[in-house]
Write a protein that binds this ligand. Structure first.
Ligand SMILES: *Cc1c(COP(=O)(O)O)cnc(C)c1O
Length: 367
């Protein structure tokens, strides 16, 4: 049996360090925004070569904090892609702003920079570039457009911890990059957690206040702004600090796995990597004629797969009121019918990957 992700095998390798961190938190009895959170924020900023990091409750709240602190409000339009998890647009809508979609590139599945300008109106306030599957968008080109039209630029890097484009991490080209530490992400907590990194001190300070009920710094009962509770807890921060020490190594392992998959798979479309990009392979996604049939066959062979994502956001029942229709984003729509995510996690063995590739190849040859 080859699972889609196996968190247990990773836990076995770091058990002792994790136990020590959790015991520390219990001894200190500081559970929320305590010393472990501060420590992790420092480490995560350093890992991305940036000045500020704010830990928060999850990847969705990270996006909400960034949008809010960067001034996105009621009536603004925020440009993003329909080929992403719905959490990219939830905070836009919560703030009373409107998501405006642009299609993706057929090769990298990232936002197509050539399609951004035609989506810009006088209401456009921000762009959220989504580093889908762990591959960064063409951030220099997107940054150029954002600067030309004076737009806020945010990176949804929930799948792209330590990813680079032209040698730069998320946060370099933008006003803020947001992360999720959902357990299955490349850097995963043992619960919910997220973070925003930014090079702007004022943005960090605004998010700092918004994260904790809008409390004025140093004051307990004066609420300078309308905020809410988006805090990170120290148990999660402790777990994340332990895992962060191994993240580069785990990322290199994912890169090796992706390479081996691409070398051994035949008859399916393997992921394309932009020459300037160094993806971190949150997911390894192939394209095939009928992914549902292939998935069923692999399941019989004991291989788990996933689909990310079968329904483009503009076709989601919950977002019909945005007024999009089938045919609006042909690249995304065509892609969604053909994708299949193969098992991907650092601890996979070469043998397991070869086993998956052989199963895929044999199935395709039998068709
Ligand atoms: C996981 C994910 C999120 C949301 O993260 P949560 O921690 O689940 O709130 C946002 N965007 C993308 C692209 C994601 O993959």
């Amino acid at each position: 049996m080859i699972p889609f992700v196996d968190l247990k095998v990773q836990f076995e390798s770091i058990k002792i360090e994790i136990a020590r961190e959790l015991a520390d938190v219990l001894e200190a009895q500081q559970f929320i925004l305590g010393p472990k959170v501060k420590q992790f924020e420092k480490e995560f900023a350093k890992a991305h070569n940036i000045e500020f990091c704010l830990g928060c409750s999850n990847g969705t709240s990270a996006i909400r904090l960034a949008l809010s602190a960067l001034g996105v409000k009621q009536g603004d339009e925020v440009i993003t892609t329909p080929h992403t998890f719905i959490a990219t647009v939830e905070p836009i809508i919560e703030l009373g702003a409107v998501p405006v979609f642009v299609d993706i590139k057929a090769d990298t599945y990232c936002m197509d920079p050539d399609k951004i300008e035609e989506a810009i109106t006088e209401k456009t306030k921000a762009i959220i570039a989504v580093h889908i599957y762990g591959q960064m968008c063409e951030m220099d080109r997107i940054q150029e457009i954002a600067q030309k039209y004076n737009l806020v630029l945010i990176e949804d890097a929930a799948q792209a911890h330590l990813s680079t484009y032209k040698g730069f991490y998320p946060g370099h080209y933008s006003d803020a990059a947001t992360f999720s530490f959902y357990p299955g992400k490349n850097l995963g907590a043992y619960g919910d957690a997220g973070a925003v990194i930014t090079k702007h001190k004022d943005v960090y300070e605004k998010m700092f206040v918004l994260r904790n009920h809008g409390r004025a710094p140093g004051s307990k009962y004066e609420h300078a702004h309308f905020g809410t509770n988006e805090r990170m807890d120290d148990m999660q921060a402790g777990v994340l600090s332990v895992k962060l020490r191994y993240l580069q190594k785990w990322t290199e392992q994912r890169r090796k796995h992706a390479y081996l998959y691409s070398q051994t798979l035949k008859h399916v479309v393997v992921p394309a990597v932009h020459t300037d990009s160094s993806p971190v392979w949150h997911l390894y996604v192939i394209q095939t004629e009928d992914p549902a049939l292939l998935a069923e066959h692999l399941k019989k062979e004991g291989i788990e797969t996933g689909v990310h994502y079968p329904i483009p956001l503009h076709m989601q029942p919950a977002l019909q009121w945005l007024g999009y229709k089938q045919g609006d984003f042909p690249v995304t729509e065509a892609l969604s019918k053909h994708i299949l995510s193969l098992p991907m996690f650092a601890e996979l063995t070469d043998e397991q990957i070869r086993h998956v590739s052989t199963a895929v190849n044999r199935y395709c040859e039998s068709q």
